[in-house]
Design a protein around this ligand. Structure first.
Ligand code: MN
Length: 508
């Protein structure tokens, strides 16, 4: 079953009764055919449900209230077949809590030049009605996506599909629980922030869970289950055959990693959590059940399964990664939490090595990951530990982060190009190497000026359009660093936004 099967998007057509009963029947028939066509296109991840034509203020209000209260409904598409006087939308729009997409299209593709009469023109007047509807949305400061195009065109359907994926991730975030095993890494600014405001603005809830509670689950893990998971690892990943020798320390370390994974999955399931953070300084007490190092392999595999993850207590990244994973479902190239580590100055190929101590999601691997055990000398327990080693696919993608600026959240998005790295024989971790767009100098410079983290949530399949839709729904600031970015204009944008958000208190 796809993540999207549980959801639906409502389609509401605007009209009025001025044109008589025949027009109402025609509007309804056309709407039905459009919704059927959209569903049968195979391009939309979420089912569209036609909710009828609304002809009055009362009908709009009733429909939008029903949308608010329907758990399956993750968004509403509106389209004005005829003229729909927009005062009748005011009360409904005041109530609507679900994401809105205004589709500016028309039932018939071309004007029937030889036969068009006044009746036909009155019936097919989206050009007229969609402007009236757009006006009231703008006047009421209603956040929405406007998609313009013929409803059968692939590009129109692609834009609706993008928005649907964002709506699904948004719905998913509204009951998202993120568990922090341990606190933030001490003294780190960018991974900290206002959890109360995050819940108001983006929906997710963040709880602390002491490592001792996690260790209660760890001590309950059955040896037979660990053995079975270790066998799965050996099946799924390339590895040295010596690693399977049960008498070695390396085998024991793989076994310990599998036990950590089972403990984490068990507590996340028990709490109904969709994501988690870890901290390498908080791994359980020496004299009780404990992890022998950060659960790196577990984090890699849980990320691939869809759990949000942020390192060093970074709950904002954990939540954002889960959102990326939901949006990315069914798309081919994958996503991961990543961290900016080391720069490689090389002229116009200057790039940033993305890695983490261990925690990179195998969904972005170029080929089958390799299971290896090596020493990791960071954190409260320095020890040999298992991890998946791989390099990422080559290709373009998009990375994103959310930072707390004190008076608001800022979503920072950067298009990147993943390039082929050289071998790293002394650094056995998963990694990606990318050139931030438009180039290293401007990309990294703009990111730093925007206050961006060293952690981000990356996908090959998502583009800035997804993030634009996300920021619109959440009502948060977004800055996009891409092909056309210049430092001069970017600084102007940051300054203008500062004033905009200061004046627009509702968004702060
Ligand atoms: Mn980090």
């Amino acid at each position: 079953m796809s993540t999207f099967d549980q959801y639906e998007v409502w389609f509401v057509t605007g009209a009025q009764l001025l044109y008589g009963g025949d027009a109402v029947i025609a509007v309804d028939a056309h709407s039905n055919e459009m919704v059927k066509g959209l569903n049968e296109s195979g391009k939309l991840p979420v089912k569209v449900v036609y909710k009828g034509t609304v002809n009055s203020s009362k009908e709009v209000l009733d429909t939008f209230k029903a949308a608010n209260n329907d758990e399956k409904c993750i968004g509403v598409i509106t389209w004005m077949h005829t003229f729909s006087p927009a005062k009748m939308w005011i009360h409904g729009l005041q109530q609507l809590k679900k994401p809105l997409l205004h589709l500016h299209t028309q039932f018939n593709k071309e004007i029937p030049w030889d036969t068009m009469d006044m009746d036909f023109m009155n019936l097919n007047q989206s050009a007229h009605g969609d402007r009236e509807f757009g006006h009231i949305c703008t006047r009421m400061r209603i956040r929405r996506k406007v998609v313009v195009g013929y409803w059968k065109d692939e590009e129109t359907q692609r834009k609706i599909a993008v928005w649907m994926r964002v709506c699904a991730a948004w719905a998913d975030a509204q009951d998202m629980l993120i568990i922090r095993f341990g606190d933030q890494m001490n003294n780190v600014a960018v991974t900290d922030g206002d959890k109360v405001e995050a819940e108001q603005r983006m929906g997710y809830h963040v709880d602390y869970c002491p490592a001792s509670e996690l260790m209660a689950y760890h001590s309950q893990v059955k040896d037979a289950d660990v053995d079975a998971l270790v066998a799965t690892y050996f099946q799924e990943y390339d590895h040295d055959v010596e690693l399977e020798d049960k008498s070695t320390e390396a085998y024991q370390k793989v076994w310990n990693s599998a036990k950590a994974e089972l403990a984490l999955r068990a507590i996340l399931k028990a709490k109904g959590a969709k994501g988690f953070t870890t901290n390498f300084d908080d791994l359980g007490q020496d004299d009780g059940s404990h992890f022998d190092q950060i659960p790196g392999l577990a984090s890699q595999r849980l990320m691939a399964e869809g759990y949000g993850f942020g390192a060093e207590g970074d709950w904002k990244s954990a939540a954002l990664y889960r959102t990326v994973w939901v949006m990315n479902q069914g798309l081919p190239n994958g996503c991961s939490f990543l961290e900016d580590y080391t720069l490689n100055f090389d002229g116009d190929r200057s790039a940033i090595l993305q890695a983490h101590m261990l925690e990179v999601c195998p969904l972005i691997a170029a080929k089958k990951p390799r299971l290896e055990v090596h020493f990791l000398g960071i954190g409260i327990r320095k020890s040999q530990t298992a991890r998946l080693v791989f390099t990422s696919k080559v290709g373009t993608g998009c990375t994103a982060t959310v930072v707390d600026l004190g008076n608001r959240f800022r979503l920072i998005v950067n298009d990147v190009e993943c390039i082929e790295p050289k071998p790293l024989p002394k650094l056995p971790v998963a990694s990606a190497l990318w050139i931030p767009q438009p180039n290293f100098e401007v990309g990294a410079g703009a990111w730093i000026l925007a206050g961006g983290t060293h952690h981000s949530c990356f996908s090959y399949d998502l583009s800035a359009e997804y993030w634009e839709d996300y920021a619109e729904i959440a009502g948060i600031e977004m800055v996009h660093i891409g092909k056309g970015t210049t430092i001069e204009d970017f600084k102007k944008e940051l300054r203008t936004n500062e004033v905009y958000y200061m004046l627009n208190k509702a968004l702060c």
